[in-house]
Design a binder for this molecule. Structure first.
Ligand code: URA
Length: 235
C-alpha cells in the first residue's frame, strides 16, 4: 500500500494531502529512515512513524463507548447529538458504526467498530452472546418476572423472546439485572411492558464477557485491544 494511503487509512483526521505535507516536512519515517516519497510501498510489518510515534496498522477498530442518555446511535436525527460526536478524531475513522444500537434514553456500552463480521456474530441470536442490562422499573420488581423471562416471554406483536435471565437487586426493590441473548427493537422496554411494568432507567453494562470498567466516565470511550476483542463473543 502507498505510504500516504497507509497513514490516512489509520488516521482519518489526516487526509492524503495532509500526509503528503507531513512527508515533505520530514516528519514521517519508515523503519527508522525519513520518508520523502508519498508513493513508497509499505506493508503492515513496516514501522511507520509520525513525529517519532508509531502508526500501527489496524485492519479493524473496536471502541467501547459509555453512551450517555440523550445521544442517538445513528446518523444525526433532528438536533440530537449522535454517538459519533463522542468519538475522538484520532479514532473516528470512516466506516465505524454502532454494533447493536441503544435507544436515545438508554446509557452504557455501545461497541463502535468497522468489523462487519464481528458485529454480525455478536448480534446474531444464533450465537447467544449475552448482553447485560441494569434496569429500573416504575413499579417494584416481582420474582415471577424471572420465570416468565426464562420461559421466553411473548412481547407485543406476538414476538417470542429467547430465554433471558433476571436477577433482583438486593438493595433496590425497583431494579434488576437482565441478561439477553439477542437484541430485538426496544426489547427490554417491551419485556417490562409485557409483565405490566415500565422501564424508567436502562443501562447496558456488558457485552459477552467484556464490561464497562467503573472508571470509564459517561461519554468517554476506549479502544478495545486485541486480547479483549474475543471477550465480546464469549458466552
Ligand atoms: N432494550 C431497550 O428497550 N432499549 C435499549 O436501548 C436496549 C435494549
Amino acid at each position: 500500500m502507498r505510504l500516504d494511503k497507509y497513514i490516512s487509512s489509520q488516521r482519518t483526521d489526516l487526509s492524503r494531502a495532509d500526509v503528503k505535507k507531513l512527508i515533505r516536512a520530514g516528519r514521517v519515517a519508515v523503519s527508522g529512515r525519513a520518508a520523502s516519497d508519498a508513493g513508497l510501498q509499505v506493508s503492515e510489518s513496516d514501522e511507520v512513524t509520525l513525529d517519532g510515534e508509531r502508526i500501527e496498522y489496524k485492519e479493524y477498530l473496536y471502541i467501547m463507548l459509555n453512551k450517555p442518555a440523550g445521544y442517538v446511535c445513528s446518523a444525526r436525527e433532528g438536533n440530537s447529538p449522535t454517538v459519533y460526536d463522542l468519538i475522538p478524531p484520532e479514532l473516528n475513522r470512516r466506516g465505524l458504526f454502532p454494533a447493536g444500537r441503544l435507544d436515545k434514553d438508554t446509557e452504557g456500552f455501545v461497541l463502535m467498530t468497522d468489523d462487519g463480521q464481528l458485529a454480525h456474530d455478536m448480534l446474531s441470536p444464533a450465537k447467544h452472546v449475552p448482553k447485560r442490562y441494569r434496569v429500573r422499573l416504575v413499579e417494584p420488581y416481582r420474582p415471577e418476572y424471572a420465570t416468565r423471562f426464562a420461559e421466553g416471554i411473548e412481547i407485543d406483536g406476538g414476538e417470542k423472546c429467547l430465554p433471558a435471565e433476571a436477577f433482583p437487586d438486593e438493595e433496590d426493590p425497583f431494579s434488576f439485572t437482565l441478561i439477553l441473548h439477542e437484541g430485538k427493537f426496544h426489547q427490554v422496554k417491551r419485556m417490562a411492558h409485557a409483565v405490566g411494568n415500565e422501564v424508567v432507567f436502562l443501562r447496558r453494562e456488558a457485552i459477552g464477557n467484556l464490561e464497562i470498567p467503573p472508571d470509564l466516565a459517561l461519554g468517554a470511550c476506549l479502544e478495545i485491544m486485541h486480547k479483549d476483542v474475543e471477550k465480546l463473543l464469549t458466552k
